[in-house]
Write a protein that binds this ligand. Structure first.
Ligand code: NAD
Length: 433
């Protein structure tokens, strides 16, 4: 199949590269000239394990192309994927300006019957709106079908998720269109669930809202555990043995971040509000997460009267490991507070430091080695559970002045840390003093 993918962010690039890997000829289009120039050189602008190599292989095989030119990019594709951003508006609703612009571009350039597949996360009803926009502005007498195919990849394992995902959801009005999209995806070998367009759109939001709920739930349990002397890790393990609950997504910590859960939960609250439904449970989930991101600061407060002039090491800046994505990362709230209150902040992150420099306060010093961050510091805050942190020999904390570790991601076993002369505070577990 000849496929065009509009938007070369985390979703568009992974989609384009994966579709080319299974044999389709793919042209990826973006309005960001610099990004496309980087991609043409075979360099991935995002960090995603396995992505760059697969991209290079398929460029070499002449199956993967990049352009900013819509005329070129929309030259006779059978299918066009929309994978542009749908960021948050001020009121929490999804901003559809980029998606609507792509719909106009499709109407302008498309010259044959085409299936338009929406990968972007869009509110219920948006795919029908996309079809209306395209049909209204079409320049040629061609037939356009719109299919909802929400994306479930997880940053950090996006390539693996394309080939080993749990499901591919295809929402369509016509059997013909949904069968074509099913055929395109067949080589991935991932189970397909076919449904109507509105349900497909809702599946995406409901899934993310449910996962966010699971996180906020276990975080609330962890806060109670701290007060009653229970250990949330033990509690989560015991809960997870019940198959109805499952053992995944029950890790207590300093809350969720990233480009999806924060915006998609708020968007679903808006979607419900638009039809006069008050999604109280999800509002609670969002509030709990806000509170949880500041938990590490509350713990810091309990330990230090003032952090002015203290050297604070921060390990991990990305919103989760194996990604350079800084969107809605806890590190934004935490480092802002530290700098604002006069702390000397030394930060380490193996891949997100480059992005962080554009987002976080300029007073922050970045180092390449964890040891360098720890040396002479008064306290260390662990914000991302990178393997490099989880695999640390706790002895390394002895490089600090008077070792105090506040671990927002429960990276260390209490039994292990107890062997060292380190004061250790984590989430929902007893402190080691
Ligand atoms: P992103 O911000 O990383 O990338 C979006 C890209 O679209 C950018 O490169 C931008 O330049 C480009 N773009 C914007 N307007 C354009 C236009 N008119 N024409 C061509 N290109 C244009 O976004 P992302 O993280 O890849 O997310 C894309 C969508 O997928 C969002 O709706 C998001 O909610 C959803 N999603 C994201 C993830 C994730 O983990 N990132 C997972 C599942 C779903």
């Amino acid at each position: 199949m000849k496929i065009s993918v509009v938007g070369t962010g985390y979703v568009g690039l992974v989609t384009g590269v994966s579709l080319s890997e299974i044999g389709h000829t793919v042209t990826c289009i973006d309005i960001d000239q610099a990004k496309i120039e980087t991609l043409k050189k075979g360099i991935s602008p995002i960090y995603e394990p396995g992505l760059e190599k697969m991209m290079l292989d398929n460029m070499d095989e002449n199956r993967l192309f990049f352009t900013t030119d819509f005329l070129k990019g929309f030259k006779n594709p059978d299918v066009i994927y929309i994978a542009v951003g749908t960021p948050e508006n001020e009121d929490g609703s999804a901003n559809l300006a980029f998606v609507e612009q792509v719909a106009l571009d499709i109407a302008h350039y498309v010259n044959k019957d085409t299936i338009v597949v929406t990968k972007s996360t869009v509110p219920v009803g948006t795919n029908h709106k996309i079809k209306q926009i395209i049909d209204f502005h079409l320049k040629m007498d061609v037939k356009i079908e719109v299919v909802s195919n929400p994306e479930f990849l997880k940053e950090g394992s996006a390539i693996r998720d394309s080939f080993q995902g749990d499901r591919i959801v295809i929402g369509a009005d016509s059997d013909e269109a949904s069968t074509i999209i099913e055929e395109i995806n067949k080589p991935f070998g991932v189970p397909v669930y076919k449904t109507d367009i509105r349900s497909a759109e809702m599946i995406k939001y409901a899934s993310n809202a449910f996962l966010a709920t699971k996180i906020s739930f276990i975080n609330e349990i962890s806060n109670i555990c701290e007060r009653v002397g229970a250990n949330v890790e033990e509690v989560a393990t015991g809960m997870g043995l019940d198959k109805r609950i499952g053992n995944q997504f029950l890790n207590a910590g300093i809350g969720y971040g990233g480009s999806c859960f924060p915006k998609d939960t708020k968007a679903l609250i808006q979607i419900a509000g638009n039809v006069h439904y008050d999604f109280e449970l999800l509002k609670g989930v969002v509030e709990v997460n806000k509170k949880q991101q500041r938990l590490i600061l509350d713990k810091l407060h309990d330990l230090f009267m003032s952090i002015h002039g203290k050297k604070v090491a921060v390990l991990g800046l990305a919103f989760k490991p194996d990604t350079d994505d800084m969107r809605e990362a806890a590190s934004i709230v935490v480092t802002e507070y530290l700098v604002e209150n006069g702390a000397e902040v030394v930060a380490w992150d193996p891949v997100a430091a480059h992005n962080a420099k554009h987002i976080l306060r300029e007073e922050i010093k970045y180092v390449d080695a964890i040891e360098e961050a720890l040396g002479g510091s008064d306290v260390v805050l662990i914000l991302t559970e990178w393997n490099q942190v989880k695999n640390l020999d706790p002895k390394v904390f002895l490089l600090m002045n008077d070792p105090i570790v506040i671990d927002g991601r429960n990276c260390f076993k209490l039994g292990e840390i107890q062997k060292y002369n380190v004061e250790y505070h984590s989430v929902g577990r007893p402190s080691v003093l």
